[in-house]
Design a protein around this ligand. Structure first.
Ligand code: NAP
Length: 252
């Protein structure tokens, strides 16, 4: 299938490892021009080398912490340096935050910023020039937790908020040529991931989780998530604005 991604300018926020790295390599295989953001320079150099070897038209990395910087100023600096992006993927997020359901506003604000609002703030700068061009794709990496509302309550709630943002704002952007969407991964395992540690320890939680919560009875791979992200970032998602797409091994 021709995705029409070749030569497109792509920004991936959170691209040094795991799902974000697989997304970067997926875009490299499609010969995209990639700007990748994360905090760990050694990892970003590895991703750059692999991406260029696999066909990226160009690959630049920026070391930045989006929980610390002014995200609007940062987004504008990226446009000033690299031009308007055709495609943006927001991958930063995670459940390794406070799990206290009665946590205070600070804990909830952190969960929301990490999983949703930092990227939403960047979108306020990144999306208007896409609208001017009449074409754009923005893919938010959500989680099936945002639909099932299980696990860490702060994480699940933050991803549910992100899903609501995508569905409502996606609708508002639909007539403007910009497809805002989300991909909801289920449990994904890779070297060094949350689940990888339990798998290596032979923890009984793994089999219990797979049997009761993953109908497919295995973890997903970062590449299986990346394939869906590439589709949503492509010409082929033109009739899918505001879509929130589960890629979760039939979570239950
Ligand atoms: N893994 C799963 O099973 C799973 C399931 C459902 C949903 N998801 C979602 O998928 C996304 C990726 O998950 P993952 O497991 O691949 O996560 P991960 O291994 O923790 O990777 C996150 C990426 O974001 C970067 N990052 C983290 N904090 C950052 C910050 N403050 N500023 C800039 N970059 C930052 C990390 O690089 P540095 O550390 O180098 O900055 C890394 O490249 C998340 O949104 C997560 O909620 C994952």
């Amino acid at each position: 299938m021709e995705l029409g991604i070749k030569g497109k300018n792509v920004l991936i926020v959170g691209a040094s490892k795991g799902i974000g790295r697989a997304i970067a390599i997926g875009f490299a295989r499609e010969n995209a021009n990639i700007v990748a953001v994360a905090r760990t320079e050694d990892l970003m150099k590895e991703v750059r080398d692999e991406a260029l070897a696999k066909g990226a038209g160009s690959f630049e990395y920026i070391i930045e912490d989006i929980m610390v910087c002014d995200t609007k100023v940062f987004a504008q600096s990226l446009i000033d340096r690299f031009g308007v992006f055709d495609i943006v993927v927001h991958n930063v997020g995670g459940s390794l935050i406070s799990r206290d359901p009665l946590g205070d506003g600070e804990a909830w604000n952190y969960a929301l910023k990490f999983n949703a609002v930092a990227s939403i703030d960047m979108n306020s700068v990144l999306i208007p020039p896409m609208i001017e061009k009449g074409w754009g794709r923005v893919v938010q990496i959500s989680s099936i937790s945002g639909k099932m509302l299980r696990g860490n309550p702060l994480y699940a709630s933050a991803k549910a908020f992100l899903n609501a943002y995508v569905e409502s704002v996606g609708r508002a952007l639909a007539p403007k040529g910009v497809v805002l969407s989300a991909v909801e991964p289920g449990a994904v395992s890779f070297e060094g991931s949350y689940w990888d540690k339990f798998v290596k320890e032979g923890h009984p939680r793994v089999n219990d989780f797979l049997r009761h919560h993953q109908a497919i009875d295995r973890f997903g791979t970062p590449e299986e998530i990346a394939d869906a992200v590439l589709f949503m970032a492509s010409e082929k998602s033109s009739f899918m604005p505001g879509a929130v797409v589960p890629v979760d091994g039939a979570n239950m």
